[in-house]
Design a protein around this ligand. Structure first.
Ligand code: 6PG
Length: 459
């Protein structure tokens, strides 16, 4: 059988995506160097594919131009496989990297392949194992030509959110991996907000997991409807063997594979303010090294008595999440300008409407906001979101409650800071400039005169 598409790497994500292609009727070539992965795939009882155990057989089973989706762990292995398969490829063939690779590595690999007349395409894939099987969100970089050859296959296998196909070409080079990196930065920040909400409700207001789960379940028909809210309720309800919520037994130390840290470092590099992404990545690192103080606390108990209090929490969470998207999309906007990627922010955000971890109801408004104004400087400024003053007050209340109860809430607190920093008539940097000029003659500019000034402050 000559196959139309190939999947290289049959780990959890690779085998699920392979099954997705096969179920969509594409004759698919598969390769894994691991015998146990090949055997495990055979137990899926599918037909319409060719399993190979060498790169030469794999390449030989694919029609030209070869379309190969590589699903292996990001890092040195990607270079190793890319170099190992290159001798079996011919001009115009396409190797897609579907892992969470760093975008600068993708830029380099794309260039190296182009020198050989081959196409290297960095593609962000989101949705975990289930997404890969049933339809992931796919953010595709690389050349236009490669995209044209890949589109019919990837778009068929991708998630659909109504009429929206959650797979498209984002831009050249590493832009697909960049958008996926930022997706993960947003994912980190939204999860941190959810975790803070849980802790506040549990420790501050004394709610039980089941009651908190009810609150998250109640979000499913409103503007807070999202995949993460849906699975929060599931995690909260899941019982351990003794019937108590399993989440209470999980060691509060969070792992990370790097994309949140990369997003933070990128924000600093591009000069884009993303404090919630920074806080959510660094609090994970902090959780690994901190010492616990079981007796610490204010002893202050908050009371959640009315629907009104619940509404405050929902409003705060809503604006907090809008701020997460605003920070991530501002970063993509700046990177696109810097690298000349020409990313369409509305189209990019629409790729997150289905299949991915940050899919949510509010993405409809986010997409519409960028459709209405493609040059929109910040999502918060869009008329789509109207007057957010009530939500701003809710954020303030949640932050104050957390402080009263001695509960750290870095994502909520930086959400208010971010909101205020975006809307404040001025920031306080005049003082910083004065101090810099005072101790180091770094000069300053004035609001009322052109030019650059220096003052002998200590004369
Ligand atoms: C996705 C996820 C997925 C994974 C990330 C985050 O979009 O399907 O983002 O890529 O969960 O690698 O992992 P860490 O939290 O371990 O950094």
């Amino acid at each position: 059988m000559i196959c139309e598409i190939g999947v290289l790497g049959l780990g959890v994500m690779g085998s699920s995506l392979a099954e997705n292609f096969i179920r969509n009727g594409f004759p698919t070539a598969l390769y894994s160097r691991e015998p146990f992965e090949r055997d495990r795939f055979a137990r899926r009882n599918l037909s319409g594919y060719v399993m190979t155990d060498s790169l030469s057989a794999f390449a030989a089973s694919l029609q030209r131009p070869r379309r190969i989706v590589m699903m292996i762990t990001a890092g040195p292995a990607v270079d190793a496989v890319k170099d190992a398969i290159a001798p079996y490829l011919e001009e115009g063939d396409i190797l897609v990297d579907g892992g969470n690779s760093y975008y600068e590595d993708t830029n380099r690999r794309t260039f190296e392949y182009a020198q050989l007349g081959l196409n290297f395409v960095g593609m962000g894939v989101s949705g975990g194992e289930r997404g890969a099987l049933e339809g992931p969100s796919m953010m595709v970089g690389g050349s236009d030509d490669a995209w044209k050859a890949l589109a019919p296959y990837l778009q068929k296998a991708a998630a659909k959110a109504g009429d929206v196909i959650c797979c498209n070409h984002v831009g050249e080079g590493g832009s697909g991996h960049y958008v996926k990196m930022v997706h993960n930065g947003i994912e980190y920040a939204v999860m941190e907000l959810i975790a803070e909400t849980w802790q506040l409700l549990r420790e501050g207001y004394g709610l039980r997991e089941e009651e908190i789960a009810d609150l998250f379940d109640g979000m499913k028909d409103g503007r807070l409807s999202s995949y993460l809210a849906e699975i929060t309720a599931k995690v909260l309800r899941y019982p351990d063997e003794d019937g108590s919520p399993l989440v209470e037994k999980i060691l509060p130390v969070a792992g990370q594979k790097g994309t949140g840290k990369w997003t933070t470092l990128e924000s600093v590099e591009r000069g884009v303010y993303t404090p919630m992404i920074y806080e959510s990545a660094s609090v994970r690192s902090f959780s690994e090294h901190r010492t616990a103080f079981p007796g610490y606390g204010s002893g202050y108990f908050l009371t959640l008595e009315s629907d009104c209090d619940t509404k405050v929490i929902e409003d705060a969470l809503y604006l907090g999440i809008v701020c997460c998207y605003a920070q991530g999309l501002s970063l993509i906007r700046k990177a696109s300008e810097t690298f000349g990627w020409n990313i369409n922010l509305a189209a990019s955000a629409s790729l997150w409407e289905g299949g991915c971890i940050i899919r949510s109801e509010m993405l409809k408004d986010i997409v519409a906001a960028y459709e209405e104004d493609p040059q929109l400087e910040n999502l918060l400024f869009s008329e789509r979101f109207g007057d957010l003053e009530q939500e701003r007050e809710a954020l303030q209340e949640v932050c104050a409650s957390a402080m009263l109860a001695h509960i750290p809430a870095p994502a909520y607190q930086t959400a208010v800071t971010y909101y205020d920093a975006c809307f404040a008539p001025e920031l306080n940097l005049a003082m910083v400039q004065g101090l810099r000029d005072c101790f180091g003659a770094h000069t300053y500019r004035r609001i009322d005169q052109e030019g650059v000034f220096h003052t002998e402050w200590e004369k």
